[in-house]
Design a protein around this ligand. Sequence first.
Ligand SMILES: C[S@@+](CC[C@H](N)C(=O)[O-])C[C@H]1O[C@@H](n2cnc3c(N)ncnc32)[C@H](O)[C@@H]1O
Length: 280
Amino acid sequence: MGNDGYVHGYSVREHQRLTDQASSLVELLHWDTAFSAGSEVLEAGCGVGAQTVTIARNSPDARITSVDISAESLAAAKDRVGRAGLRNVTFRQADLFDLPFPDASFDHVFVCFVLEHLKDPAGALSRLRSLLRAGGTITVIEGDHGSTYFHPDDADARRAVSCLVEVQARLGGDSLIGRRLYPLLADAGYAEVSVSPRMVYVDGSKPHLIDGFTLKTFTAMVEGVRDQALAAGMIDEASWERGIAGLTRTAAADGVFCYTFFKGRGLRPASATAAWPARR
Ligand SMILES: C[S@@+](CC[C@H](N)C(=O)[O-])C[C@H]1O[C@@H](n2cnc3c(N)ncnc32)[C@H](O)[C@@H]1O
Protein backbone atom coordinates (compact mmCIF):
# COMPACT_ATOMS: atom_id res chain seq x y z
CA MET A 1 0.00 0.00 0.00
CA GLY A 2 1.18 3.50 -0.67
CA ASN A 3 -0.02 6.64 0.99
CA ASP A 4 -3.38 6.36 -0.76
CA GLY A 5 -5.78 3.45 -0.75
CA TYR A 6 -5.55 3.13 3.04
CA VAL A 7 -8.96 1.95 4.23
CA HIS A 8 -9.03 3.95 7.46
CA GLY A 9 -7.62 7.18 5.98
CA TYR A 10 -5.72 9.89 7.87
CA SER A 11 -8.57 11.98 9.32
CA VAL A 12 -8.66 13.54 12.79
CA ARG A 13 -11.35 11.00 13.67
CA GLU A 14 -9.09 8.11 12.65
CA HIS A 15 -6.21 9.64 14.62
CA GLN A 16 -8.48 9.60 17.70
CA ARG A 17 -9.63 6.01 16.93
CA LEU A 18 -6.03 4.73 16.80
CA THR A 19 -5.41 6.45 20.13
CA ASP A 20 -8.51 4.91 21.74
CA GLN A 21 -7.59 1.50 20.34
CA ALA A 22 -4.05 1.63 21.71
CA SER A 23 -4.97 2.93 25.15
CA SER A 24 -7.77 0.40 25.71
CA LEU A 25 -5.50 -2.51 24.69
CA VAL A 26 -2.15 -1.67 26.30
CA GLU A 27 -2.21 -4.40 28.92
CA LEU A 28 -3.62 -7.14 26.65
CA LEU A 29 -1.20 -6.53 23.78
CA HIS A 30 1.90 -5.19 25.49
CA TRP A 31 2.39 -6.82 28.89
CA ASP A 32 5.17 -8.81 27.19
CA THR A 33 6.52 -6.23 24.72
CA ALA A 34 9.93 -5.20 26.06
CA PHE A 35 13.32 -4.77 24.40
CA SER A 36 16.63 -5.01 26.22
CA ALA A 37 18.82 -2.04 27.12
CA GLY A 38 20.99 -0.85 24.25
CA SER A 39 19.05 -2.72 21.56
CA GLU A 40 18.14 -1.09 18.26
CA VAL A 41 14.42 -1.41 17.51
CA LEU A 42 12.65 -0.59 14.26
CA GLU A 43 8.94 0.23 14.46
CA ALA A 44 7.59 -0.13 10.92
CA GLY A 45 4.36 1.82 10.26
CA CYS A 46 4.16 3.79 13.51
CA GLY A 47 1.18 5.88 12.36
CA VAL A 48 0.33 8.62 14.86
CA GLY A 49 2.54 7.00 17.51
CA ALA A 50 -0.27 5.32 19.44
CA GLN A 51 1.88 2.19 20.05
CA THR A 52 5.20 4.06 20.00
CA VAL A 53 4.64 5.63 23.41
CA THR A 54 4.00 2.22 24.95
CA ILE A 55 7.00 0.46 23.45
CA ALA A 56 9.27 3.43 24.25
CA ARG A 57 8.02 3.52 27.84
CA ASN A 58 8.29 -0.26 28.31
CA SER A 59 11.88 -0.23 27.00
CA PRO A 60 13.38 3.08 28.16
CA ASP A 61 16.95 2.02 27.41
CA ALA A 62 16.31 0.66 23.91
CA ARG A 63 16.77 2.96 20.90
CA ILE A 64 13.64 3.02 18.80
CA THR A 65 13.46 4.14 15.18
CA SER A 66 9.87 4.66 14.07
CA VAL A 67 9.02 4.98 10.39
CA ASP A 68 5.83 5.64 8.47
CA ILE A 69 5.02 6.51 4.89
CA SER A 70 2.73 9.37 5.95
CA ALA A 71 4.44 12.66 6.87
CA GLU A 72 1.27 13.86 8.56
CA SER A 73 1.05 10.80 10.83
CA LEU A 74 4.74 11.07 11.66
CA ALA A 75 4.31 14.69 12.75
CA ALA A 76 1.51 13.61 15.09
CA ALA A 77 3.66 10.73 16.40
CA LYS A 78 6.59 13.06 17.09
CA ASP A 79 4.32 15.43 18.94
CA ARG A 80 2.79 12.63 21.03
CA VAL A 81 6.15 11.11 21.97
CA GLY A 82 7.55 14.56 22.83
CA ARG A 83 4.55 15.36 25.05
CA ALA A 84 5.04 12.02 26.81
CA GLY A 85 8.60 13.12 27.66
CA LEU A 86 10.16 10.13 25.87
CA ARG A 87 13.65 10.65 24.48
CA ASN A 88 14.51 7.22 23.04
CA VAL A 89 12.65 7.50 19.72
CA THR A 90 13.76 8.91 16.38
CA PHE A 91 11.41 9.26 13.43
CA ARG A 92 11.90 8.86 9.72
CA GLN A 93 9.51 9.10 6.79
CA ALA A 94 9.97 6.01 4.61
CA ASP A 95 8.26 3.22 2.76
CA LEU A 96 8.81 -0.03 4.62
CA PHE A 97 9.48 -1.75 1.28
CA ASP A 98 12.37 0.62 0.65
CA LEU A 99 13.86 1.52 4.01
CA PRO A 100 17.03 3.61 4.14
CA PHE A 101 18.91 1.25 6.49
CA PRO A 102 21.63 -1.30 5.71
CA ASP A 103 20.85 -4.97 6.19
CA ALA A 104 21.29 -6.30 9.73
CA SER A 105 20.82 -2.84 11.32
CA PHE A 106 18.34 -3.84 14.03
CA ASP A 107 18.02 -6.21 16.97
CA HIS A 108 14.22 -6.11 16.90
CA VAL A 109 11.44 -5.12 14.53
CA PHE A 110 7.96 -4.22 15.76
CA VAL A 111 4.94 -4.05 13.42
CA CYS A 112 1.39 -3.42 14.60
CA PHE A 113 -1.79 -3.19 12.49
CA VAL A 114 0.18 -2.60 9.28
CA LEU A 115 0.35 -5.93 7.40
CA GLU A 116 -3.44 -6.01 7.08
CA HIS A 117 -3.24 -2.96 4.80
CA LEU A 118 -0.47 -4.18 2.50
CA LYS A 119 -0.92 -5.83 -0.88
CA ASP A 120 2.23 -7.87 -0.22
CA PRO A 121 2.51 -8.65 3.51
CA ALA A 122 4.78 -11.63 2.77
CA GLY A 123 7.18 -9.37 0.86
CA ALA A 124 7.16 -6.86 3.73
CA LEU A 125 8.06 -9.56 6.28
CA SER A 126 10.82 -10.83 4.07
CA ARG A 127 12.26 -7.32 3.58
CA LEU A 128 12.08 -6.63 7.34
CA ARG A 129 13.88 -9.92 8.05
CA SER A 130 16.93 -8.75 6.15
CA LEU A 131 17.10 -5.65 8.39
CA LEU A 132 17.47 -7.87 11.46
CA ARG A 133 20.78 -9.12 12.81
CA ALA A 134 21.07 -12.92 13.11
CA GLY A 135 19.19 -13.87 16.26
CA GLY A 136 17.15 -10.66 16.15
CA THR A 137 13.37 -10.85 16.55
CA ILE A 138 10.26 -9.54 14.90
CA THR A 139 7.03 -8.89 16.79
CA VAL A 140 3.86 -8.54 14.71
CA ILE A 141 0.40 -7.69 16.02
CA GLU A 142 -2.66 -7.92 13.79
CA GLY A 143 -6.40 -8.22 14.22
CA ASP A 144 -8.84 -10.52 12.45
CA HIS A 145 -12.33 -9.16 11.87
CA GLY A 146 -13.62 -12.71 11.32
CA SER A 147 -13.04 -13.28 15.04
CA THR A 148 -15.83 -10.85 15.92
CA TYR A 149 -18.94 -12.14 17.65
CA PHE A 150 -21.36 -10.50 20.01
CA HIS A 151 -24.57 -10.61 21.97
CA PRO A 152 -27.26 -9.82 21.05
CA ASP A 153 -26.36 -11.39 17.72
CA ASP A 154 -27.55 -9.28 14.79
CA ALA A 155 -27.47 -10.20 11.09
CA ASP A 156 -27.24 -6.55 9.95
CA ALA A 157 -24.35 -5.91 12.34
CA ARG A 158 -22.55 -8.93 10.89
CA ARG A 159 -23.21 -7.60 7.39
CA ALA A 160 -21.78 -4.19 8.29
CA VAL A 161 -18.60 -5.88 9.57
CA SER A 162 -18.43 -7.90 6.33
CA CYS A 163 -18.60 -4.63 4.38
CA LEU A 164 -15.45 -3.44 6.15
CA VAL A 165 -13.72 -6.73 5.32
CA GLU A 166 -14.80 -6.38 1.67
CA VAL A 167 -13.84 -2.69 1.32
CA GLN A 168 -10.39 -3.44 2.72
CA ALA A 169 -10.00 -6.47 0.43
CA ARG A 170 -10.89 -4.35 -2.62
CA LEU A 171 -8.08 -1.97 -1.60
CA GLY A 172 -5.68 -4.92 -1.57
CA GLY A 173 -5.64 -5.50 2.18
CA ASP A 174 -6.70 -8.42 4.35
CA SER A 175 -8.51 -7.67 7.60
CA LEU A 176 -8.61 -11.42 8.32
CA ILE A 177 -4.82 -11.57 8.40
CA GLY A 178 -4.44 -12.40 12.10
CA ARG A 179 -5.15 -16.09 11.52
CA ARG A 180 -2.36 -16.17 8.88
CA LEU A 181 0.47 -14.80 11.02
CA TYR A 182 2.10 -18.16 11.69
CA PRO A 183 2.35 -19.28 8.04
CA LEU A 184 3.29 -15.77 6.91
CA LEU A 185 6.19 -15.52 9.38
CA ALA A 186 7.37 -19.09 8.73
CA ASP A 187 7.23 -18.67 4.94
CA ALA A 188 9.17 -15.39 5.20
CA GLY A 189 12.09 -17.32 6.71
CA TYR A 190 11.69 -16.60 10.42
CA ALA A 191 12.62 -19.32 12.90
CA GLU A 192 11.07 -20.24 16.26
CA VAL A 193 7.79 -18.68 15.20
CA SER A 194 5.09 -18.50 17.83
CA VAL A 195 1.69 -16.84 17.78
CA SER A 196 -0.33 -15.87 20.79
CA PRO A 197 -4.05 -15.07 20.40
CA ARG A 198 -5.20 -12.14 22.55
CA MET A 199 -8.93 -12.07 23.03
CA VAL A 200 -10.74 -8.91 23.99
CA TYR A 201 -13.81 -9.89 25.96
CA VAL A 202 -16.17 -7.05 26.84
CA ASP A 203 -19.26 -7.26 29.02
CA GLY A 204 -21.24 -4.89 31.21
CA SER A 205 -18.69 -5.13 34.01
CA LYS A 206 -16.01 -3.46 31.83
CA PRO A 207 -17.13 0.11 31.09
CA HIS A 208 -13.59 1.10 30.08
CA LEU A 209 -13.55 -1.51 27.28
CA ILE A 210 -17.16 -0.84 26.26
CA ASP A 211 -16.23 2.75 25.57
CA GLY A 212 -12.60 2.39 24.44
CA PHE A 213 -12.91 -0.81 22.41
CA THR A 214 -16.49 -1.77 21.43
CA LEU A 215 -17.61 1.76 20.61
CA LYS A 216 -14.59 3.94 19.93
CA THR A 217 -12.31 1.35 18.31
CA PHE A 218 -14.37 -1.35 16.62
CA THR A 219 -17.72 0.31 15.86
CA ALA A 220 -15.93 3.52 14.84
CA MET A 221 -13.76 1.53 12.44
CA VAL A 222 -16.79 -0.10 10.80
CA GLU A 223 -18.59 3.26 10.60
CA GLY A 224 -15.56 4.65 8.78
CA VAL A 225 -16.32 2.66 5.60
CA ARG A 226 -19.99 3.69 5.39
CA ASP A 227 -19.62 5.79 2.25
CA GLN A 228 -17.46 3.24 0.39
CA ALA A 229 -19.80 0.36 1.29
CA LEU A 230 -22.91 2.25 0.16
CA ALA A 231 -21.27 3.59 -3.00
CA ALA A 232 -20.16 0.08 -3.95
CA GLY A 233 -23.69 -1.24 -3.43
CA MET A 234 -22.54 -3.75 -0.82
CA ILE A 235 -25.44 -2.86 1.46
CA ASP A 236 -28.43 -0.51 1.45
CA GLU A 237 -28.58 2.48 3.76
CA ALA A 238 -31.34 1.14 6.03
CA SER A 239 -29.52 -2.16 6.60
CA TRP A 240 -26.31 -0.23 7.27
CA GLU A 241 -27.98 1.96 9.91
CA ARG A 242 -29.51 -1.13 11.54
CA GLY A 243 -26.09 -2.80 11.47
CA ILE A 244 -24.41 0.10 13.26
CA ALA A 245 -27.30 0.19 15.74
CA GLY A 246 -26.81 -3.55 16.29
CA LEU A 247 -23.10 -3.09 17.04
CA THR A 248 -23.88 -0.17 19.36
CA ARG A 249 -26.51 -2.31 21.11
CA THR A 250 -23.78 -4.75 22.22
CA ALA A 251 -22.40 -1.92 24.37
CA ALA A 252 -25.48 -1.96 26.62
CA ALA A 253 -25.18 -3.34 30.16
CA ASP A 254 -26.47 -6.76 29.03
CA GLY A 255 -24.41 -6.86 25.80
CA VAL A 256 -21.18 -8.80 25.13
CA PHE A 257 -18.51 -8.21 22.50
CA CYS A 258 -15.58 -10.49 21.59
CA TYR A 259 -12.62 -9.94 19.25
CA THR A 260 -9.27 -11.68 18.93
CA PHE A 261 -5.91 -10.09 18.10
CA PHE A 262 -2.89 -12.20 17.19
CA LYS A 263 0.63 -11.44 18.36
CA GLY A 264 3.37 -13.27 16.47
CA ARG A 265 7.08 -13.50 17.13
CA GLY A 266 9.88 -14.91 15.02
CA LEU A 267 13.63 -14.85 14.91
CA ARG A 268 16.08 -14.25 12.08
CA PRO A 269 18.12 -17.44 11.84
CA ALA A 270 21.89 -17.25 11.33
CA SER A 271 21.46 -18.83 7.90
CA ALA A 272 18.44 -19.04 5.64
CA THR A 273 16.88 -22.35 6.60
CA ALA A 274 13.31 -23.54 6.32
CA ALA A 275 11.43 -22.14 9.30
CA TRP A 276 8.72 -24.80 9.28
CA PRO A 277 9.25 -27.35 12.02
CA ALA A 278 10.18 -30.79 10.70
CA ARG A 279 7.12 -33.01 10.40
CA ARG A 280 7.27 -36.32 12.22
C1 LIG B 1 -3.58 1.25 11.07
S1 LIG B 1 -2.18 2.28 11.03
C2 LIG B 1 -1.33 1.60 12.44
C3 LIG B 1 -0.40 2.57 13.07
C4 LIG B 1 0.25 2.09 14.36
N1 LIG B 1 1.14 0.97 14.14
C5 LIG B 1 -0.80 1.74 15.41
O1 LIG B 1 -0.95 0.57 15.75
O2 LIG B 1 -1.48 2.67 15.89
C6 LIG B 1 -1.20 1.69 9.65
C7 LIG B 1 -0.03 2.60 9.34
O3 LIG B 1 0.82 1.94 8.38
C8 LIG B 1 1.35 2.94 7.54
N2 LIG B 1 1.82 2.32 6.29
C9 LIG B 1 1.09 1.68 5.37
N3 LIG B 1 1.86 1.27 4.34
C10 LIG B 1 3.14 1.63 4.65
C11 LIG B 1 4.37 1.49 3.99
N4 LIG B 1 4.47 0.88 2.79
N5 LIG B 1 5.47 1.99 4.58
C12 LIG B 1 5.39 2.62 5.78
N6 LIG B 1 4.23 2.80 6.45
C13 LIG B 1 3.10 2.31 5.89
C14 LIG B 1 0.17 3.89 7.32
O4 LIG B 1 0.61 5.16 6.88
C15 LIG B 1 -0.43 3.92 8.71
O5 LIG B 1 0.11 4.97 9.48
